[in-house]
Design a protein around this ligand. Sequence first.
Ligand SMILES: Cc1cc2nc3c(=O)[nH]c(=O)nc-3n(C[C@H](O)[C@H](O)[C@H](O)COP(=O)(O)O)c2cc1C
Length: 418
Amino acid sequence: MKCVDDFRLRFGKQELVPIIIGGMGVDISTAELALEAARLGGIGHISDAMVPTVSDRRFRTHFVKEKLKLYKYNVANSDKSKVLFDLGRLAEATHNHVGRTMEAKGGSGMVFVNCMEKLTMNAPRETLRVRLTSALDAGIDGITLSAGLHLGSFGLIEDHPRFRDAKLGIIVSSLRALQLFLRKSARLKRLPDFVIVEGPLAGGHLGFGMDWAKYDLAAIMAEIQAHLKAEHLNIPLIPAGGIFTGGQAAAFLDNGAAAVQVATRFTVTRECGLPPAVQQEYFKAGEDDIEVNTISPTGYPMRMLKNSPAIGSGIRPNCEALGYLLDGSGNCAYITAYNRELLAHPKLRHGSIKLSVKEKTCLCTHMRNFDCWTCGHYTYRLKDTTRLLPDGSYQILSAEHVFRDYQFSTEQQIALPA
Ligand SMILES: Cc1cc2nc3c(=O)[nH]c(=O)nc-3n(C[C@H](O)[C@H](O)[C@H](O)COP(=O)(O)O)c2cc1C
């Protein structure tokens, strides 16, 4: 019976354990988690989502406060077009986060950064260019482009000295999305070094519509594999989404995958950024406690626990301090939904009853506060990966335990912690 450790991911001469811990913003896939994956010979991701906020929390910078101070005059204004990120500060924040992670790296593995295109930050091209360039400057091993088609992203960094040496890849959920990207990257004579094929059971935003349940990861993988073969393209393919056991991972590798990307099982590890109380919510969840909804202002469906405080919350948009989802013209679908609700219930303005906005959520504030409990489909199985403690809580795992379980277990077995 094969296990993941029978396979290796090869990048040139470098051999890695073919386990990648996926990026989980905002600082859910922490530097500590990514560094564990690298130490154990695999690949870990940090995320650059809301990186000034992350830098403030970790490195005692004051980027959020400074931005709010600058734009305080605009807080009550529904037009947010003037609320821009300072690109120098954004570069500094990225340097802090990426640079310090890379300084701490040990082991034979790698650390990549997950870059979501949908974080448009009221100046999509300019801010993305700074995020990508600064991550390369700060020594990141690789970049995983996600949450978007990224048709212009390689072009933003084509002049960077590390454009051809850093490992650059993309997450896609369909052959069509990959074809569009390959057409663009062929013009720069720079193919991606890896492609992550994310199916509908993943956590975070989904690259599918609300008909996500009709799709199947293995089928999408097979379609993309056949296409690459027909085009004589040798690009490592990495499936993601719902790979819960080492046995499942090994089956994908046996079918030609170069590695697997996993995340959900690591959400309940010590190194993960979720607060312990939220991790207990993940453990406790049953299958019916998880939903895919459309409350993310990005327009992508998102999977989360139904009891997430973010759902139905009607807090005031916080774009002067945060504003990561402003689309470049100062719009965000949450602002629109919030203003519509305010207009419909004028009495709520006086604060006697709390405003509830059902349609969309203020993702910036709620992700920052760990109040949007996004999760993978199989979160309801997490309780079977640990022990129930005498006080009724579930035992938090170590990232090493989960990593090794993926690496060495066979069939559908899951090793419980000691
Ligand atoms: C809590 C959580 C947050 C996530 N956030 C992101 C993200 O910010 N960007 C991204 O590209 N993918 C995100 N994902 C997707 C993962 O990186 C990964 O590809 C996927 O969840 C793997 O499937 P699995 O969770 O079933 O193992 C997230 C997943 C989880 C569980």
